[in-house]
Design a binder for this molecule. Structure first.
Ligand code: EPZ
Length: 429
């Protein structure tokens, strides 16, 4: 029979096939945090020397960043998860749209090159599948430090005769803006204070890296970050913290299919909001040091989830969490409050049999419903992860298209799942 494959421009030429309903047993090890690594790699260019970054996750976002670092004439050596970046011959070149659109986090090169050279030119188009993703708060911070910004279509030129410390009040606790302002302020003259700073744990990882280079940053992880500008930053080394979102995604799989599934290499405190929800639902999990052991729980109690900035329930786990909610006995409400369009996965869950009513960003989910395998499309990174979760519990076979989104942020996800018993593989279309 002719393959009924739905192609669209730029669609990945591979698909994921999952045979659902198989318990997961064994151990999944968590890698370095994507949302730390994508900031630590550009940050290394602030140093006048060689930096070593350990525990870098093997994801395509990493490769995209390497291309930009090499464009800027920095040497990169990679030995498995450890990379060395030599920025002594850095050339401050224009970063093309082709390179900058490979990942949103390319915007960190704005703060780094502005902070180091007081000048940066790069293309940076907006938008992605979960929202318009403006960078107005980043730019407001750069202006407060004395930069002038011109934008011609999608090309930004950001320049300052001098960068001077300032007090910057963020109207929203933006992760990217907090980090990018730190980068731009770290060598500015005087003191910068960021009020209403984001408190995500990745920011502490990045501040630690900069302080080891010789920066003077206090308050990372709190709502007020103080940066005293310094003259010079030296090469140093840092380790990427564990990925709390990768961990949370596998923890949710354990809640649904675990048979003594161990998720190891986590920092439980980073997933506190998730564990509190799992507790409320009656999920069988035991935290043991930097691991958690999960067993499938049949009688799940309903709960309501609202995504919030850290330490609230993370927006990046909202989509995978919505799959667990389809298996609770009763009505759950999942509300997304951070991104204006993080709901692309719901139509596919409905196609699989989930009973979901979506009103804007509020999903009313009635469970427990059986999910049936079918053809579905990933719409974004975490939405794709949610669909893998759904395929793992569904009856029959699920085929997921547009899987490049997923491979951007989950290192070796097929191997990690196959190694604990999942019947999952990738095949050419
Ligand atoms: C980071 O994105 C993460 N990405 C996102 O993870 C995560 O969802 C988000 O933080 C929130 O935790 C990386 O770290 C690479 P924000 P970021 O600035 O920094 C609005 C994933 O799945 N906003 O905190 O871009 C924005 O539109 C990704 O791994 C402005 O209005 O997030 C959004 O509604 C997805 N103006 C909200 O703030 C700005 O200048 C959160 O954005 C910046 C942001």
């Amino acid at each position: 029979m002719k393959k009924l494959v739905y192609f669209k421009e730029g669609m990945s030429m591979e698909r994921i096939i999952i045979k659902g309903g198989i318990p997961l047993s064994g151990t999944i090890s968590i890698g370095g945090a994507k949302n730390s690594a994508v900031a630590l790699i550009p940050a290394a260019l602030l140093a006048d020397g060689v930096c070593t970054i350990k525990n870098v996750p093997n994801i395509t976002d990493r490769d995209a960043l390497f291309e930009i670092v090499q464009l800027l004439n920095c040497n990169i050596e990679q030995n498995d998860k450890t990379i060395r970046i030599d920025s002594r011959n850095l050339e401050n070149k224009i970063i093309s749209q082709e390179l900058s659109t490979k990942l949103r986090a390319s915007y960190y090169f704005m703060g780094v090159l502005l902070g180091k050279y007081k000048h940066v030119e790069m293309y940076f188009p907006g938008g992605c599948n979960i929202g318009t993703r403006p960078i107005d708060l980043h730019l407001k911070g750069f202006k407060a430090l004395g930069a002038k910004i011109t934008k011609n279509k999608h090309k930004y030129t950001i320049s300052a005769d001098e960068l001077k410390g300032a007090t910057i009040n963020l109207t929203f606790a933006s992760v990217g803006a907090t980090i990018n302002i730190m980068f731009a302020a770290v060598k500015a003259k005087g003191t910068t204070i960021i009020n209403n700073a984001a408190k995500e744990v990745e920011i502490i990882n990045i501040a630690d890296f900069l302080n080891k280079m010789g920066a003077k940053i206090t308050g990372a992880g709190t709502e007020t970050i103080t940066i005293d500008g310094v003259e010079r930053l030296e090469g140093t080394e840092i380790e990427v913290i564990p990925d709390r979102i990768e961990a949370g995604t596998y923890i949710l799989m354990g809640a649904l299919l675990g048979n003594n599934l161990k998720v190891e290499g986590i920092i439980p405190e980073h997933n506190r909001a998730l564990f509190e929800k799992l507790e409320e639902m009656g999920v069988d999990f035991k935290i043991d040091g930097n691991s958690v052991i999960l067993n499938k729980t049949d009688e799940l109690k309903p709960t309501n989830v609202t995504t919030l900035v850290y330490p609230g329930f993370p927006t990046d786990l909202g989509q995978p969490m919505s799959v667990l909610l389809t298996q609770a006995n009763g009505t759950c409400v999942m509300e997304e409050t951070i991104w204006e369009n993080r709901v692309g996965h719901y139509p596919y869950l409905q196609k699989m049999g989930a009973n979901i009513e979506l009103d804007g960003l509020v999903a009313t989910i009635k469970g427990k419903t059986k999910l049936i395998g079918t053809n579905i499309n990933a719409t974004d990174l975490r939405g794709g992860a949610a669909l893998i979760l759904a395929g793992l519990i569904a009856e029959g076979t699920t085929i997921i298209y547009d899987i490049d989104y997923i491979l951007r942020g989950y290192e070796n996800i097929i191997n990690k799942l196959s190694n604990v018993g999942a019947k999952i593989n990738i095949e050419e279309i």
